[in-house]
Design a protein around this ligand. Sequence first.
Ligand code: B12
Ligand code: SF4
Ligand code: SF4
Length: 462
Amino acid sequence: MTESLTRREFMKEFGKMGAAAALVPMVVAGEQMSDKPAGLQRPAFIKEVDQPTTEVDWAKVERLAEGERTVRRQFAKYVGQERVDKLSEIQKANMDKYLKEDKPGYTLKDWALQSASGGGAAPRKFFLDPESVRTPEALGVPKWSGTPEDAAMIITAAARHLGAATVGFVELDTNTTEKLIYSKDPDGKEMKILDVDAPAEDDASRTIPKKARYAIVYTVQMSEETMTRCPTHLGAQTTSLTYSRSQNIQERLQRFLMGLGYMALGESSTNALGIAPALGVMSGLGELSRYNRLLTPEYGSMVRVFKMLTDLPVAPTKPINAGLLEFCKNCTKCADHCPSKALSFEKEPTWEVKGGWNNAGHKAWFEDATKCRSYWYETGNNCGICFAVCPFASKNLASFSRVRNYLTATIPAFDGTLKKIDDLLYTPYTEFGKPQKDPEEWWRLNLPDYGISTDQSVRMTS
Ligand code: B12
Ligand code: SF4
Ligand code: SF4
């Protein structure tokens, strides 16, 4: 469990941070502008690299059939129906008990908010563009045209305006990144990538034209204040609300691209189309972390990740090294706090997968997803403690976050100190399964819209 600090030790660690504060001018220098448009800039200490910090053996990566492999779709295959039935009984009993005893985070008002957060989204998700959009052809004007860099700039501006947090681009390559597109979508439909002019969909398959080579990858912020109330209904609605918002963002982005005269092939259902964290890494939105998901410099763990394909040529964004994967080697906080012990404690990531739910060919801290999913039955919905306790989830001391990110990217020797300070400032509870913050307290807070802070500035350039 988390190492606790005595007051004296804390002052010592903080003293080191004092010395680090002297680095602030360097942090600012490290944030100097490049010649990219403002919306695409990042601090210089977030290094763009040719290869991601996750090692990949592309020859071993195969396109994954999501519906046949992952624990969210095939839980019973991995643990047996008997176990699922038993867990379902536990879930039912726990939910009934927690509601009736008014357990914080499970009260009627928390339940009602969870139910509300899943609503209000687009009526359905589209793989193909929404049909009602007026295209340039219908308007009697040519398609939008510009350089791939211009395309990156306007898509980023539009996506962010429509609700996305950060935006990146991957040009799909048959032998590498195309393998991150599912071979079968969650609903079992085959995802064909063919040399055809137009996308199509029938009862058994979806066709992606080869020329829809450009993946737009975007993050959507999650509320840190509700995520730190996981695992409760209040915590779990962070997921529902972010999905509802992402659904709106997807449809709006599809309308934007189609309005420009291009394809916009989206997720046909929540989380369809491809492996989001992998595309997030390849587009430089963040790095793969110990909790085996995307960790970002701008919003830490507090993002979900989505994607869309287009034939509008757009300049790819490169993978990054912001010292995040390296930080994970010396920080096991997510694994320490995981109530189901699903996460790896190994110092280094490995090529060895944990089970049939993982995809081989990349080096990762693979999780035992069956343990994670089993625990969700106890909580009644989902969990996210691993995301909530991550030191990069805490952004409320803005200037500290900037120094922290700078040190993470430049001086790995500080990683241990940064983790200890985070333990002290943000991790009061080490008891398994206990939310880091009081769910009842949340109802009394005065938070910004959607519980997220958009004045973080998209790429920390302010
Ligand atoms: C299935 C799934 C699960 C399953 C378990 C995964 C499994 N393998 O069965 C369950 C239901 C248990 C689960 C749990 C959670 N999930 Co989940 N999950 C997914 C889902 C739908 C599919 C991922 C997938 O196909 N995995 C199968 C294979 C590929 O897994 P893998 O080999 O272990 O590879 C993982 C990484 O190593 C990386 N990866 C895979 N291939 C490659 C290749 C390269 C080159 C690189 C760099 C990386 C990489 O991505 C994979 C992510 O699972 C995605 C949405 C999506 N379409 O991506 C969300 C998603 C990954 N989950 C997400 C989240 C947030 C969670 C939870 C915190 C729950 C919550 N509150 O939302 C927990 C975290 C658990 C943990 N730390 O382990 C987010 C992560 C956001 C982020 N910042 O990255 C996603 C992206 C959903 C979203 N739209 O944002 N999840
Ligand atoms: S979601 Fe909860 S149970 Fe699953 S890996 Fe994260 S902390 Fe563990
Ligand atoms: S908690 Fe620590 S080990 Fe886990 S993802 Fe965050 S930085 Fe990495």
